[in-house]
Design a protein around this ligand. Sequence first.
Ligand code: EPZ
Length: 426
Amino acid sequence: MSEEIIVVEGNGTLAGEVHVSGAKNSALKLIAAALLGQGKSTIHNVPLISDIEIMSEVLRRLGATVERTDHALAVDTSKVDKWETPYELVSKMRASISVLGPLVGRFGRARVAMPGGCQIGARKIDMHLAGLTALGVEFSVDHGFLEATTPHGLHGTEVILDFPSVGATENLLMASVVAHGRTVIANAACEPEIVDLANMLNDMGAHVRGAGTSVIEVCGVSLASMHPCNHVTVGDRIEAGTFLAGGALTGGPLTVRSIDPAFLRVALMKLSAMGCDVETGDDWISVARTRPLRPTDIQTLPHPGFPTDLQAQFMLLASLADGMSVITENVFENRFMFASELKRMGADISIDGHHALVRGVSGLQGADVSSTDLRAGGALVLAGIVAEGETRVHKVVHIDRGYEDYAGKLATLGAQVRRVASNGPM
Ligand code: EPZ
């Protein structure tokens, strides 16, 4: 199939209501966690995105059946009899590394292709390996594969992470729930997706306490006592933040539904600081703006700090604010490629190491631009909505990894966006 692109007209409209899908960065791990319960777990509110298809295929290769009905995924792991993940799937999605913890939990061993880096950074897994080693896992590297064994079983211990890594916290969590004894994960990641995973593990019979704080305590249970469960994935806070940034950009008013506002406290504070009116309810957030965008400084940090996955979207806002903003990327070492694409639309941004100096301009011009990662891609489409003329966003495959029906949802909010084959009619 030829590459598709998203064509956006700069009509300056994004207003109304939209429901966000289930969180990609939770659902991927919930599917992996199902390996710890023999039988059929049903995970609801699973987004229709390509990364979920890849993770589903990873589990099928292990012997599971994974069947989707609308937004529910039935994952039956009763016949899982393999512990190896193939290179071609891990190379497509590095999050496949999330099966490492549950596989050593279930089989005491795993053979997982080493994940590569990506556009935004090296994406190392040293903290995953150090933490699992402390739990009793022994690793060797064999022709690009990580070989994991547990000659003396998994045993609880205290692990202190150098950095509150989301993936490392998740892998340690999924292995420690069936380790012998008590595990404490200190300096753990506090993201809402960690809480979602811990809730599912507890519904399967695990004993996890403190998820959502930087100290998580796990009392190991026997693998045999772990059982399947039904679970509803939390809303995607990054999808919500992306649409809210769009509403801030155009003035809205725009409401996102099916999201807990507590997931986005710092991002909402920044929207207010930039001159937006923000209102929240139990499961919705509204944004509107009548005043000019004000500049603001942003530091991306682990949760509850400002999310790195919203950095590009807020750089776009800052590029149209009336003044200078400084955006500091503290989580990934190479997450400013979006700036070079936005500059091709007329933004005035200079990069100095981990800092982006963003001088607001009066407007942007439509152009051909390319998604460098899924969040940058989402932001480029938003830029096209407020740019003068037409914008063609290439490498839409990145956007499809993490946003369900992005063009369709934007169109329901009044944007003039359409997907076309890249060599198709304009
Ligand atoms: C998760 O990635 C998300 N992906 C990312 O979302 C998100 O940006 C990131 O968390 C931070 O919130 C998924 O959940 C699938 P980390 P993860 O381990 O787990 C370094 C998106 O757009 N590090 O918290 O890989 C690492 O290189 C994606 O949906 C080590 O050095 O993030 C990075 O610089 C992009 N050694 C930093 O820590 C390790 O062992 C944060 O990584 C692990 C991580």
